[in-house]
Design a protein around this ligand. Sequence first.
Ligand code: NAD
Length: 262
Amino acid sequence: MDLGIRGRVAVVTAASKGMGRAIAGELAAEGCQVAICSRDAGSIESAAEEIRSAHGVEVYCESVDVTDRDALRAFVEGARRSLGPVSIAVANAGGPPAGRFEDFGADEWLDAFRLNFLGTWTLIRAVLPDMRAQRWGRVVSLTSTSVRQPIDGLILSNGVRASVVGMLKTLAAEYGPENILFNNVGPGLIATDRLLSLAGSRAQQAGVDRAEMIKRLASRTALHRVGRPEEFAWVVAFLCSERASYVTGSSLMIDGGLVKAV
Ligand code: NAD
């Protein structure tokens, strides 16, 4: 299926590795020009070079921490100047630290809000004028299955990511008449560095090796395996495409059947 987005400009944050990197690569494979950022200059530049040489598209990159709102706005402005008006935005970031209710005070909650909510909010504010002018836009936020089923020991993520989905659902209604679509995706267990290190620390606590811990985690899914970043990216690229023209306000779990709710 041709996704119908060749030549469109797509911005993906937190994209030097993991799911963000896979999404940027998939959008480039569909012929988008992509703008990517993450905190470390060296790794975002090498990700950009890989995408350019694999797909022959223009790639704009900057080292930006998404909690720095001015830097994030400047990144979008740089992308617009270099590639043209933005049509597609994928809001990704790192995750807040693990812990339980009494582990955190107000400062940690504010940090988590800055990372996962305000980072998404800033990106949307920055790209919206281009999308409104084109009367075409796709915004996808990347959260977690915790928006459907809270995860034990991840209270910051459970609390803050739900607020992102609340905002997106509201925006879907506000900007639907202008053909700007807002959807959320929730990864379950996707084999990125983050999952591998999480599995490593859980393995240590349980006194088993990492491969065994991954097997145990995977057994919670219907498919009995963890997902590959590109399996996640295929779905996101579809939601960013012309072909998803009647999908907005949805929150789709890409989790191999991890969440048990109907
Ligand atoms: P990853 O560690 O493989 O990649 C994270 C990327 O985000 C890197 O490019 C990193 O440089 C960048 N990054 C982190 N913090 C940033 C910041 N403040 N500003 C800019 N860039 C930043 O992680 P991943 O597994 O691809 O995870 C992406 C998101 O999905 C995270 O929020 C994670 O918590 C969430 N998540 C992942 C899983 C999973 O199974 N992998 C499950 C649920 C939720």
